[in-house]
Design a protein around this ligand. Structure first.
Ligand code: P70
Length: 458
């Protein structure tokens, strides 16, 4: 296995502490077996998300110090606008406090009841924002995505045939915009090929549909294109990114991922007319157009982070680091979505805990077990997050029941990852004792954030 050591050294450390098993057990019960409801100080290795959890560089912290906090016309906005034009090529920038605020502005102005929005796979906040405006969020990912063991290099791809059939079926006038999410988070952080983005763009263009990219992990996606797509092995990630976005009309971005900051996002686009509308909405819900939902210092840290996130040495380390955890889990006999993704490993909870039926949330049960055994925080991406229900209340479970181990950028060392793999080994030894869960409280939308559970037999 080729390892690529961290292309940085550590200048500041943040102590973490392991509490006792008894304390962890009490914390779990108190939180209703929902790890979102446990205090971060009670966690040892936090793999809940790679979003907003990056370690900023010395240069990014220096950027914070050159923040210009003028209400209007701060220099950091100009700088970020320049960066966005350089990397993404879009004319207009709408800075928001995070990705979902960009989604809110985009969909609330473009989607009306009865509309459809196609995507390879909508992320949950994207889906919720489409649905909140009366739209239908349609997922049209390739079939390879459903085969967890397939080594297909671009499992995140859009199924181009399904996309075109879908547009014909509902009619392009019912589709105010089409999207693609890079990388495809919900199915395992799997990349989309440049060829597939090109074909997706061509289909949208053919039917006169605006094309927006959900760009959260575009840098990791660019690196996968470089290493997996013939013809790009000598291209720089930044040039691949430029090529990707040259095919789109705009993008939504959560800067909390590949821009390596702890808060921030944006919407970027070419249309002057849409920009005018989005800008008015931005003023209403976020702030004046030259800071949006952020402070000047945040805008500057994003500018710096966008370039660092595209650095080839950084990306080589990032992808090798994630693959290291995959290889260690493989040694422990843990089934996960193959090939390993960009920002995390997605464990197949249905295969790992075959004695727990889907209606008893095997993913959530595994999340709880990993915390109890080793103080690890992960997140369920399965029935808790995505199940639908028949009118009589019967569950319609999603195809996949996954547990995501998201890896914060530049934060954990290889020995943290070794530790995570060893905890899986221990959980496996006592697997039969792990019980399924049932809801004691479940809100209607985005329920995974606040739901509560208890073990089934209680
Ligand atoms: C994650 C976070 C956010 C996200 C995304 C894509 C492809 C938009 C957004 C929204 C959310 C999360 C999930 C579970 C636990 C904690 C956090 N993804 N599009 O970790 O962006 O969060 O900035 O509003 O992945 O995957 P934002």
């Amino acid at each position: 296995m080729e390892l690529f050591p961290e292309p940085f050294r550590i200048k500041t450390v943040e102590p973490i502490k392991m509490i006792s098993r008894e304390e962890r057990e009490a914390e779990l019960k108190k939180a209703g077996y929902n790890l979102f409801l446990i205090d971060a100080e009670k966690i040892f290795v936090d793999l809940l998300t790679d979003s907003g959890t990056s370690a900023m560089s010395d240069k990014q912290w220096a950027s914070i110090m050159v923040g210009d906090e003028s209400y209007a016309g701060c220099r950091n906005f100009k700088n970020l606008e320049k960066t966005i034009r350089d990397i993404f090529g879009f004319k207009h920038l709408i800075p928001t406090h995070q990705g979902r605020a960009a989604e809110n502005i985009l969909f609330s102005l473009m989607v009306k009841p009865g509309d459809y929005v196609p995507n390879n796979t909508h992320f949950d906040t994207t889906r919720a924002n489409v649905e909140a405006n009366g739209g239908v969020a349609m997922d049209l990912v390739v079939d390879e995505a459903k085969d967890l063991t397939s080594q297909f290099p671009f499992k995140g791809n859009m199924d181009i045939k399904k996309l075109e059939n879908f547009i014909r079926e509902v009619g392009p006038d019912k589709i105010p915009l089409g999207m693609i999410t890079i990388t495809n988070n919900s199915i395992g952080g799997q990349p989309v090929s440049l060829d597939n983005i090109r074909q997706t763009a061509a289909v949208y263009r053919k039917y006169g549909i605006l094309f927006f990219i959900d760009a959260c992990r575009y840098a990791e996606n660019s690196y996968f294109i470089k290493t997996r797509e013939p013809g790009y092995e000598n291209a720089k990630p930044i040039d691949i990114a430029r090529e990707i976005f040259s095919m789109a009309d705009g993008c939504t971005m959560s800067a909390k991922k590949d821009a390596l900051v702890n808060i921030g996002g944006f919407l970027a686009l070419n249309s002057d007319q849409l920009f005018e509308q989005f800008k008015q909405k931005l003023i209403l819900v976020e702030g004046f157009p030259t800071y949006g939902g952020l402070a000047g210092r945040d805008l500057e840290a994003i500018s710096t982070g966008l370039y660092e996130g595209l650095d080839e040495d950084y990306l080589k380390y990032r992808i090798a680091h994630t693959r290291y955890l995959a290889d260690r889990l493989e040694e422990e006999g843990v089934p996960y979505v193959k090939p390993s993704g960009g920002h995390g490993i997605y464990v197949d909870a249905k295969a790992f805990l075959p004695h727990i039926p889907q209606e008893q949330f095997p993913g959530q049960a595994l999340v709880a077990a990993l915390y109890l055994e080793g103080g690890i925080r992960s997140v369920e991406i399965g029935s808790v997050m995505f199940a639908k229900y028949e009118a009589n209340g019967k569950i319609i479970p999603p195809a996949l029941e996954l547990v995501r181990l998201a890896i914060p950028r530049r934060v954990y060392t290889l020995s943290h990852l070794d530790y995570v793999a060893s905890v899986f080994g221990k959980v496996r030894q006592n697997m039969e004792q792990i019980k399924g869960l049932k809801f004691t409280y479940a809100p209607k939308a985005l329920r995974h954030f606040t739901a509560r559970f208890k073990p089934v037999e209680e």
